[in-house]
Design a protein around this ligand. Structure first.
Ligand SMILES: Nc1ncnc2c1ncn2[C@@H]1O[C@H](COP(=O)(O)OP(=O)(O)OP(=O)(O)O)[C@@H](O)[C@H]1O
Ligand SMILES: Nc1nc2c(ncn2[C@@H]2O[C@H](COP(=O)(O)O)[C@@H](O)[C@H]2O)c(=O)[nH]1
Length: 187
């Protein structure tokens, strides 16, 4: 994959548990030149999640300060509970350096980026079926039943927004989905 200067931004969105994180990790493994933005969030870390690697885990007060500072490219309350946002400066720096840059964010955030950076590529990761999506969410085992219901309610809204995106990738196979995404990032 060759860099360009300035690089275009790619935004990856899609419903809960479709595999956005899994596909993003796969593309990083195959294409280490791709930079994946590290979001800030007020949600608590899951077991194994590392501050500064998977997310910047912030208190409500720390997130308030980040928001007020203006250094968020976008942010949203996701699944009606916690705030998530993309720190602006690291993205701007990577793009200026010609680094292919990927944001893995929710639909609300994607819509905000569409308004401010319309030249970005907007990619929707879709599940092979609704049943498979539920299976993946349950199988991940990181949310209780109430949180799973909340996330599936959001998923119905997000699936309906698929036509807003420039490209759709069906995640029935992680390696193939990651290669499709890599291809889109180099077009
Ligand atoms: N193509 C696939 N086939 C089977 N299982 C998959 C596939 N892609 C991802 N998974 C599994 O589905 C589960 C959810 O994946 P992941 O956490 O990457 O989803 P996500 O879209 O990032 O979710 P969220 O938006 O809730 O953070 C994980 O257990 C992952 O291993
Ligand atoms: N608008 C934003 N959404 C984000 C960001 N980082 C992650 N997300 C989305 O949140 C949900 C839930 O994530 P989880 O890690 O709690 O399962 C998922 O859809 C992510 O894509 C962000 O910076 N902005």
């Amino acid at each position: 994959m060759s860099g360009r200067s300035p690089a275009r931004l790619t935004v990856l969105a899609g419903p809960t548990a479709v595999g956005k994180g899994t596909v993003s990790a796969a593309i990083r493994a195959q294409h280490p030149e791709v930079w994946l933005s590290v979001s800030a969030t007020t949600r608590a870390p899951r077991p194994g999640e590392v501050d500064g690697v998977h997310y910047r885990f912030l208190s409500e007060e720390q997130f308030d300060a980040l928001e007020v500072s203006g250094d968020l490219l976008e942010w949203a309350v996701v699944h009606g509970r916690h705030r998530y946002g993309t720190p602006r400066s690291p993205v701007a720096e990577r793009l200026a350096a010609g680094t292919p840059t990927l944001l893995e964010i929710d639909l609300q955030g994607a819509r905000q980026v569409r308004r401010t950076m319309p030249d970005a590529r907007f990619v929707f990761l879709a599940p092979p079926s609704w049943e498979e999506l539920v299976h993946r969410l349950v199988g991940r085992g990181t949310e209780d039943a109430e949180e799973r219901e909340r996330r599936l309610a959001t998923a119905r809204v997000e699936l309906a927004a698929e036509p807003e995106f420039d490209h759709v990738i069906v995640n029935d196979d992680v390696a193939r989905a990651a290669e499709e995404l890599a291809h889109l990032m180099t077009e």
